[in-house]
Ligand binder design. Structure first.
Ligand code: B12
Ligand code: SF4
Ligand code: SF4
Length: 312
């Protein structure tokens, strides 16, 4: 008979998560301090929610009282096929198909309910970027990868085209003793390729940290920035109208990514047939049909139109 820890990992694999780790719940004091310094420098721009709930963000028991274990999972979203780039605008690959928030939450809830059937009642909460949790930190603590110079979690075998999610559980599970060292070494491909210089390495504190000025990031500019004024020059957008994948596309650990088998991430069939001229004449109804349930829908038709205008 499998232990709870073994069983939950088995169920995570069955739901399509390619890796999973278990960490003991504890307070993340150093990371909280780092986060505060990052906010104090204004790197978060208008993402004011990152200023809030700082105690809860780094103290799992304040988010879910009684939390003893954190199960962290990784779900691959790398598409079978990429959008054509000639005479076209670009959309980040995570946004091609259905919004991962819903896809992942359903999976995690199913897993937890199966565990309840097998091992009796326990308290849990499923989180997919839906609460103040430092996702990459828990994944790194669980040995699922390292946080690279592009500030993303990188898994040695699978690269970085995945989303991170967690189950908080009030049961003491067996924590993983895995550790993945930083393999960025002297590579700087992501820093060199970033068109807006959003990425940099900071050595001022004595310990090297990899930083991002989110305000300069195209992902921030095209998704989070609600202003009508563009902050960066047109040529730096490099045709990205929703998100940006440059610092992942150039990463050696993403050289041969395996495509996802999650059917919900399959893009709408019309997405790949659009070219620049079609984007300029896209009607609200076509937008609604093509992006229903996807992350792009959350930006709204007017948001996408604004981005296209910024690039034209
Ligand atoms: C805000 C946010 C953004 C912002 C800021 C990005 C960022 N890197 O912080 C913007 C809008 C720019 C963004 C863009 C993207 N995002 Co985003 N984003 C988030 C979110 C909601 C919060 C991140 C956050 O807290 N940042 C705050 C800063 C302070 O974090 P940080 O610099 O990494 O530092 C932390 C640790 O690394 C650590 N640390 C770092 N250095 C040091 C040094 C020391 C000494 C210590 C002690 C600690 C420490 O402590 C900090 C505290 O948490 C997370 C989801 C989540 N809840 O975690 C997703 C998340 C990071 N995003 C994700 C994705 C997919 C993207 C995009 C790829 C989307 C796209 N294609 O456009 C881009 C990538 C851009 C990039 N290179 O980061 C995924 C990343 C998956 C992965 N493989 O890592 C996440 C995890 C969502 C998810 N659940 O899957 N995002
Ligand atoms: S997502 Fe694009 S703009 Fe943002 S840090 Fe990476 S390369 Fe730079
Ligand atoms: S491109 Fe190089 S430096 Fe950047 S995250 Fe990948 S391995 Fe690290």
């Amino acid at each position: 008979m499998l232990s709870f820890s073994e069983y939950i990992k088995q169920e995570c694999a069955k739901e399509g998560f390619f890796d999973c780790s278990i960490s003991n719940s504890h307070v993340l004091s150093k990371e909280k301090q780092y986060h505060k310094e990052w906010i104090a420098k204004g790197f978060h721009g208008n993402m004011r929610y990152l200023e809030n709930n700082l105690d809860m963000r780094f103290h799992p028991n304040l988010l879910m009282p009684g939390t003893k274990s954190i199960v962290t999972v990784l779900l691959n979203y790398y598409p079978q096929e990429k959008m054509p780039i000639t005479n076209n605008y670009r959309i980040a690959k995570y946004a091609y198909g259905q919004d991962y928030h819903y896809v992942v939450k359903d999976k995690l809830n199913r897993i937890a309910e199966k565990c309840r059937e097998e091992f009796g009642n326990f308290e849990y909460r499923a989180f997919t970027d839906s609460a103040p949790i430092p996702d990459r930190v828990w994944a790194e603590k669980g040995g699922l990868g390292w946080i690279g110079k592009n500030t993303l979690l990188i898994n040695k075998q699978h690269g970085s085209f995945f989303v991170i999610a967690h189950l908080f559980i009030d049961k003491e599970l067996t924590p993983d003793k895995r550790y993945q060292e930083d393999l960025c070494l002297d590579c700087t491909k992501c820093i060199d390729a970033c068109p807006t210089n959003a990425l940099f390495t900071d050595t001022s504190t004595g310990s090297v940290s990899y930083k991002i000025d989110a305000r300069k990031c195209l992902s921030y500019q095209t998704i989070e920035n609600k202003s009508t004024e563009k902050d960066i020059p047109q040529n730096e957008f490099r045709n990205w109208i929703f998100g940006c994948d440059i610092c992942q596309d150039v990463c050696p650990f993403n050289k041969n990514p395996e495509a996802t088998s999650i059917k919900e991430f399959t893009p709408h069939p019309s997405l790949f047939s659009l070219r620049k001229a079609d984007w300029h004449t896209l009607k609200p109804m076509d937008f609604g049909e093509m992006f229903r349930g996807t992350p792009v829908k959350r930006a709204g038709y007017m948001g996408l139109v604004r981005n296209i205008e910024w690039l034209s």
